[in-house]
Design a binder for this molecule. Structure first.
Ligand code: C5P
Length: 406
């Protein structure tokens, strides 16, 4: 029988106030089957005690290179890791890593690691924007380290701006992604502006009821997240979704109905290099919105009289600008008329978009689950199978193809 060893993750924690969020990240990583060894810096232990990391990881925690010397941990831990995640990565930690220092167990391990390395920075906006930090980030990225864009929002104290640690759930998603695909996050979309729609629209019937659908928004959010980390300027037009945190470094425009989603997409698509319609748009909406709650008896007119919504993707294709790439999604089930791919090809022709992601749905596939698979069809006849994996992995395959066409 094949023995599945859990992926070995080194979780470096540097000394910033966001260190407390590393406990949540650690819990997520261990609960999803990773074996995690935590390497805090001495300053990180001023914020979170070693006991927290030891209890959550089930492994000992040291900071220096002079503990347990016979097992040579400063070399072994890095060599044996499948992934190193540093969260939070402070300005000082990044400076030391960029300079190749090895003055504690974490920086020494960074020099011996040959696996993917993910940094999730957290610091004040001034420190993040300082030329010294910018230069260190550039050096680290040029060596293949994935340095995430921080989130914007409330920082320690009253100030706000870029520099917040991305959500632990988002860091965990990227950690899984780098284990699935080490080269998932090249900076190949920098200077590009992209628009992604996500979630399911709700078409109001009366003040309390609506017609909706089961879309969680996870695939659209993954597309927005991955594009932002590949350097794009991203607008995410979000209809109703599961409880998902805002993606770091992304402008989020919230909408409710198909009509609102249409307006937001058409406005955002102007001047964009790529537009991705991952939202589940209601094909129909009630003819009229009842001013008062519709009563069970004697309702007149028929409360479920419906009219057709405009096809937003078709409109985006009609108004497409020179060089813009428009991507659609199609959730299909096979039937007597043909399989999923057959229906996908027909839809690509009908919709006229440049690329169409075809997902097989039904039997618990695609909706409300973290994984996805399918086919990426191109108007030029290209057909790429999207092997099962995380929604972030599928997003990387879509952006690979979009980037190659821009
Ligand atoms: O025709 P179907 O709904 O399967 O097409 C799915 C694709 O079309 C998705 O990209 C979806 O976002 C988009 N769509 C749209 N407007 C609609 C219905 C679907 O843009 N009214």
């Amino acid at each position: 029988m094949e023995s599945l060893t859990p992926p070995r993750v080194l979780l470096g924690v540097a000394g910033g106030i966001a260190a407390y969020k590393s406990a949540e990240l650690l819990r997520r990583l261990t609960e999803t089957g990773h074996s995690v060894r935590v390497l805090p810096t001495a300053s990180a232990l001023e914020f979170v005690g070693a006991a927290t990391f030891e209890a959550l990881s089930g492994q000992p925690v040291h900071t220096g290179v002079f503990v347990d010397v016979p097992s040579v941990p400063h070399v072994k831990l890095g060599q044996e890791a499948d992934l190193v995640v540093v969260a939070p990565a402070t300005a000082d930690l990044m400076a030391r890593a960029a300079a190749g220092r090895a003055d504690d167990l974490l920086t020494a391990s960074l020099l011996t690691a040959r696996c993917p390395v993910l940094f999730a920075p957290a610091m004040h906006t001034e420190m993040w924007e300082h030329p010294a930090t910018r230069a260190n980030v550039e050096v680290l990225r040029s060596r293949g380290v994935v340095v995430l864009e921080p989130a914007s929002g409330r920082l320690t104290g009253k100030d706000t701006g870029p520099g917040r640690l991305p959500d632990p759930a988002e860091i965990a998603e990227f950690a899984r992604l780098l284990l699935e695909r080490a080269d998932a996050l090249p900076h190949d979309l920098s200077g590009r502006r992209v628009v992604v729609s996500a979630g399911g629209t709700r078409e109001a019937l009366d003040p309390v009821r609506f017609l909706g659908n089961r879309s969680s928004g996870r695939q659209g959010y993954a597309l927005a997240r991955v594009a932002a980390q590949r350097g794009a300027s991203v607008t995410l037009v979000a209809a109703h979704t599961a409880d998902l945190g805002d993606p770091a470094g992304v402008e989020v425009v919230r909408v409710g109905s198909a009509a609102q989603l249409r307006d937001a997409m058409c406005a955002a698509a102007r001047g964009a290099n790529a537009v991705v319609m991952a939202a589940a748009v209601a094909d129909f909406r009630p003819v009229a919105l009842a001013e008062h709650k519709i009563k069970k008896t004697g309702s007149d007119p028929d409360p479920l009289a419906l009219t057709t919504n405009p096809d937003i993707l078709a409109e985006l294709v009609r108004t497409k600008e020179q060089g813009q790439v428009v991507v659609g999604f199609a959730a299909e089930t096979g039937d007597a008329a043909g399989d999923v791919l057959h229906h996908g090809r027909a839809k690509l022709l009908r919709k006229g978009c440049d690329l169409l992601v075809v997902n097989a749905v039904g039997d618990g596939k695609a909706f409300e689950v973290p994984d996805n698979s399918g086919w990426l069809l191109g108007a030029d006849g290209s057909e790429t199978e999207l092997k099962p994996g995380s929604k972030a992995l599928l997003a990387t395959r879509v952006w690979d193809t979009v980037a190659s066409r821009l």
